[in-house]
Design a protein around this ligand. Structure first.
Ligand code: NDP
Length: 342
């Protein structure tokens, strides 16, 4: 079977690609430049390379951006992950909302127009469309749909969340109004940690969600006398290991009609920045002098923090989740490996 994977150079996408190749799929990834595509391909052993091709989609905001990509071969599935996730932005519309919404609607439109063999599209959304992280008096699951307004979307602190809400809504609307021959499955992970992509050559280019683990490991959250300079954790206190997020994508492709049109809340557990530091302290004793002293860090996860329920993903997709300790251990290993090469 063949899959079109958008945003192939990204953190989560790199693990989805690994998971797809382990299951013997033929994968075409979209990347923003020839150079990124070649680097990605080169990173895999020769026997796997024929299964990976790439096609350049420079900017998912452009009208018809995916028209050529969906025609590369007769795809069975599409996984859409290309979307910005960072905090160095200036314009909520140009930097977040347009790529999220136009990218999502764009891939669905191109698939409907030019890829008649596609049976299912899996959309990487976010817990941002479920969780209202400021409302703690709730147990969150897929039945909750986050609300936002255009005004909130213009607030830099809320723009990312709004972009994901608008994009997911637009995707479901497309399915109900356009009635394409494929169905849609939506995946909603919270903060994703885990090993950096193996093609990454510099820690400066590390994806946004892993940066706090990188900064811990590099000693950036410790003052010379061991005091903590760890920033506040919140408002999101739940995480998922990137390998479980990747596995969820493959399982979402392969699941039967019970997954059709469904959202899945992918949660591995709670975390706080103190718990991340504690996890590093346990797995990497040699890094103790980079971390703030244990008794100088306060766990800022509120006692009445919101609840979460990942039962649906375990039942329908058969997912099992890695715990925080495993996730942090493997993230740190990858960070140390890249630091050594730099
Ligand atoms: P990355 O930044 O690692 O990957 C984003 C990918 O999207 C990159 O390949 C990037 O290309 C591509 N991209 C961004 N904007 C454009 C554009 N305008 N045109 C073409 N390609 C573009 O992020 P993650 O892997 O962490 O996240 C991917 C998705 O997962 C996002 O949708 C994010 O919202 C969602 N998500 C992430 C979470 C996390 O904690 N990491 C949590 C929940 C959801 P390039 O690198 O070349 O710029």
């Amino acid at each position: 079977h063949s899959v079109l994977l958008t945003g192939g150079s990204g953190f989560i996408a790199s693990h989805i690609l690994d998971a797809l190749l382990r299951r013997r799929y033929w994968v075409t990834v979209t990347v923003r430049s020839e150079e990124k595509g070649l680097r990605l391909q080169k990173n895999y052993p020769e026997d796997l390379r024929p299964r990976i091709s790439f096609t350049v989609v420079e900017d998912i905001v452009q009208e018809g951006a995916f028209d050529n990509a969906v025609k590369v071969q007769p795809f069975d599935y599409i996984i859409h992950t290309a979307c910005p996730y960072h905090f160095n932005f200036t314009d909520p519309i140009a930097d977040f909302i347009d790529p999220a919404v136009k990218g999502t609607v764009g891939i669905l439109k191109s698939a409907k127009a030019y890829a008649p063999t596609v049976k299912r599209v899996v959309l990487l959304s976010s817990s941002a469309t479920i969780l209202n992280p400021f409302n703690h008096s709730k147990v969150y699951d897929e039945t909750v749909h986050g609300e936002t307004s255009w005004e909130q979307a213009m607030n830099p602190r809320l723009a990312y969340r709004a972009s994901k809400i608008f994009a997911e809504k637009a995707a479901f609307e497309f399915i109900s109004t356009e009635k394409p021959p494929f169905d849609l499955v939506v995946l909603n992970p919270p903060l994703v940690f885990g090993p950096a992509p193996s093609h990454l050559v510099s820690l400066d280019a590390l994806n946004t969600s892993n940066q706090r683990i990188r900064d811990l490991v590099l000693g950036k959250f410790r003052s010379p006398d061991g005091d903590s300079t760890i920033p506040p954790t919140g408002p999101v206190y739940i995480f998922c290991d990137v390998r479980d997020v990747a596995e969820a994508h493959v399982k979402a492709l392969e699941a039967g009609p019970e997954a059709s049109g469904q959202r899945f809340f992918l949660v591995g557990g709670y975390f706080s920045n103190k718990r991340l530091a504690d996890a590093v302290r346990i797995t990497h004793t040699g890094l103790a002098n980079k971390l703030p002293d244990e008794n100088k860090v306060v766990d800022d996860m509120p006692e009445d923090v919101y609840g979460w329920d990942n039962e649906k993903s375990r039942r329908v997709l058969g997912l099992e989740y890695r715990d925080l300790q495993t996730c942090v251990n493997d993230s740190v290993e990858a960070i140390l490996r890249i630091a050594e090469q730099e």
